[in-house]
Design a protein around this ligand. Structure first.
Ligand SMILES: O=C(O)c1[nH]c2ccc(F)cc2c1NC(=O)[C@H]1C[C@@H]1c1ccccc1
Length: 232
């Protein structure tokens, strides 16, 4: 998160850190007791290694009472996701067991109504992604508020030039922005997860390259289908 600030500890109890060998790789968030939603690009270069999911954390390194690392039983990338573009950039992770829900670990509802969030709506993003242009990595969860910008503006020739589909949304990226390591985390608007930070490599903090999120509503049926088929 560029230009943000340390989150109030455990006020975002749905936040997950996807880790490999104890290292934060991407964000994610709890959408059901045994399921975390993140971004498919985060699995690139991991040659099929399964993530571990840290829940209930504020600091990545300090011992905290409700912090717990969960093993992952299955990782399901959206079938349309690929390394060449940001389309269908979603990853579902089934935890080895149901997460123990408490004040520090809670499910975040996601938007099921497929309608664009109005431009200028203020939304929030949080993550353990880079906090400086030089790539400094924070130990504690950061957050930032960002206004939604219209798909028309985001698709302008000088911005993302017609690559933003109706299953994506954008926020202004002037100075304050999501960045590497925040990918997979939720864009929360009025208390509901509307988007997932895409994990394609993207310059951060430059107003000419707005932040891109996968809108969740268009994928509600896919998400429900995967969770239902793996149930039990
Ligand atoms: O965040 C992303 O967009 C992204 N997309 C990817 C694709 C492949 C891939 F192997 C990783 C990623 C990855 N994350 C990262 O590189 C994470 C490791 C870096 C990081 C940044 C800040 C704080 C902690 C750690």
């Amino acid at each position: 998160i560029l230009g943000g600030y340390e989150a109030r500890p455990h006020l975002r109890p749905y936040m997950a850190s996807l880790q490999l060998d104890g290292q934060h790789v991407c964000g994610g968030f709890l959408i059901a007791e045994q399921w975390v939603l993140s971004a498919a690009h985060c699995t690139e270069g991991t040659n099929g290694q399964l993530f571990q999911v840290l829940l209930g954390a504020h600091s990545l390194t300090e011992p905290e009472p409700h912090k717990r690392l969960y093993r992952v039983r299955a990782q399901i990338a959206h079938p349309g996701s690929n390394i060449h573009n940001n389309r269908d950039d979603l990853l579902l992770l089934q935890l080895e067991e149901k997460a123990e829900l408490n004040a520090h670990v809670k499910v975040l509802p996601f938007q099921r109504e497929d309608r664009d969030v109005e431009a200028d709506t203020m939304c929030e993003a949080a993550g353990w992604g880079t906090v400086t242009h030089s790539g400094r990595r924070p130990d504690k969860l950061q957050q930032v508020e960002r206004p939604v910008i219209s798909r028309e503006l985001c698709n302008h020739r000088t911005r993302h030039d017609q690559t933003i589909t109706e299953k994506m949304m954008c926020t202004d990226s002037r100075k304050k922005d999501t960045c590497k390591g925040d990918s997979g985390g939720p864009l929360v608007c009025n208390g509901v997860a509307e988007g997932v930070v895409t994990a394609g490599s993207r310059v951060c903090g430059n107003y000419k390259k707005p932040a891109i999120y996968t809108r969740i509503a268009p994928y509600a049926a896919w998400i429900d289908g995967v969770m239902a088929s793996a149930a039990g």
